[in-house]
Write a protein that binds this ligand. Structure first.
Ligand SMILES: [Zn+2]
Ligand SMILES: [Zn+2]
Length: 177
């Protein structure tokens, strides 16, 4: 997947992509089409790319183990410089292109950002009640008869670990946005 830049005038240009996920080498858990709105702002030796994308994926819920489908959305910015790369200039979102470049390849970047958009914590919905630690019943379908006041001791270390992990994920999620 690429955008031709050889005849691009200075200014802002918009491009829309609607392609099968396989076109950018995305496989499971992604499915269907990959949608991207790409805006290029071109000036003499520089192109700023802003992309918004959305893609469908299916996961297994971390709490209730049911499969669910979800839409992942993300955005990113890349800056392309036409010209040779100065020594030691390593920045993540900076790309140097030969002055003669006639296109920018965006398939790999779209793929990388789609992979980054996979959440650490995968829940079918925020209010998912998960499974009973004792009998394994899906509590979204209704309560079980287990005594919730006493938890099987064998599960305690695991529950604590799970809580800790979930909290970490939440903190990370917040830090990211
Ligand atoms: Zn769930
Ligand atoms: Zn139960």
């Amino acid at each position: 997947m690429y955008i031709k830049i050889s005849n691009l005038s200075d200014g802002v240009h918009n491009f829309n992509f609607d392609e099968a996920v396989t076109q950018i080498n995305l496989e499971e858990p992604f499915y269907g089409n990959f949608l991207a709105d790409v805006e290029l702002s071109k000036s003499i030796n520089q192109i700023i790319l802003n992309a918004d994308f959305s893609v469908s994926a299916h996961f297994e819920c971390d709490r209730c183990s049911n499969d669910f489908n979800t839409e992942l959305k993300g955005k990113f910015q890349l800056v392309y410089f036409l010209g040779s790369k100065p020594d030691g200039d390593e920045k993540d979102n900076l790309v140097y292109l030969p002055i003669t470049a006639d296109r920018i390849e965006i398939g790999k970047d779209l793929r990388d950002f789609a992979l980054l958009s996979i959440p650490m914590k995968k829940v079918c919905r925020e209010e998912c009640k998960g499974l009973c630690f004792n009998c394994g019943k899906d509590l979204n379908e209704g309560d079980c008869n287990c005594d919730k006041s006493k938890t099987d001791d064998r599960w305690l270390p695991l529950m604590e670990l799970k809580n800790k992990l979930n909290n970490n994920y939440i903190e990370k999620d917040n830090a990211k946005s």
